[in-house]
Design a binder for this molecule. Structure first.
Ligand code: ZN
Length: 230
């Protein structure tokens, strides 16, 4: 299925600059691959994303793979992944992200406890999933899992309400909008990495984390996202 999707999505052209790919290139051309706006959050626990969650004392790490700037050509890639049905972008980027995380997982930089984590993609409601056809966070988690060997659990938490679009809200309004949006179940995992495509204000991640902790107060939690809006 994946190769079929790829054939439809990228018939040999870079997903960022549109240049024709040459032999050995996959999804991105060499130049766009090396110029990716990586955050390197995983090399420093007190990174700007982690510090933005200072009201969450239970959090043991927060990392995003790329900066998500308005003017960045990489925005196109992420947009195609999220809205245009190009799921394999998430799988591919998740693998690149996972390779970066492996050496730092279990160190003071990221999730110091070091017990192998379970990846939990942020869920979407069944109605939204039917409409879009897929949950992009699951594809990203699948890519992370392929690179790290960490298992994925898509049943730990469900989205019970699909709230209004978040794009026009400020942080406080988003938090209110996301309240009680998720319902978690009791699970046996020690450490969870919550996975989502983009972190803007962090209200979605926070709401998800609080629902999980409500049922599992002893849980160790970290956040991982493909992109971080500065
Ligand atoms: Zn390119």
């Amino acid at each position: 299925m994946v190769s079929g999707v790829r054939g439809l999505c990228f018939p040999g052209f870079c997903g960022v600059c549109g240049k024709e790919l040459i032999s050995g290139e996959n999804m991105l051309c060499m130049s766009c691959l090396y110029d990716m706006p990586k955050t390197y959050h995983w090399q420093c626990k007190q990174n700007p994303l982690f510090c933005s969650f200072s009201t969450l004392p239970f959090l043991s790490g927060a990392v995003a793979f790329l900066f998500f700037r308005d003017t960045s050509p990489y925005r196109k890639l992420l947009h195609r992944f999220k809205y245009n049905g190009l799921c394999e972008i998430g799988l591919y980027m998740g693998q690149l992200f996972g390779k970066e995380l492996i050496p730092f997982y279990g160190t003071p930089c990221f999730c110091e406890q070091g017990i192998p984590p379970v990846l939990v993609p942020v869920p979407m409601s069944s109605a939204k999933r039917r409409k879009r056809g897929y949950n992009q966070a699951e594809w990203l988690a699948a890519g992370l899992s392929a690179a790290t060997g960490w298992p994925v659990d898509v049943t730990a938490i469900a989205r019970v309400t699909e709230k209004r679009s978040q794009t026009v809200f400020n942080k406080q309004a988003r938090q209110e909008n996301m309240k009680d949006a998720f319902l978690a179940k009791r699970i046996s995992h020690h450490t969870i990495i919550l996975v989502d495509d983009v972190i803007t204000t962090g209200a979605t991640m926070e709401s998800c984390a609080r629902a999980l902790l409500d049922k599992n107060p002893e849980l160790t939690l970290a956040f991982a996202a493909l992109a971080y809006v500065e």
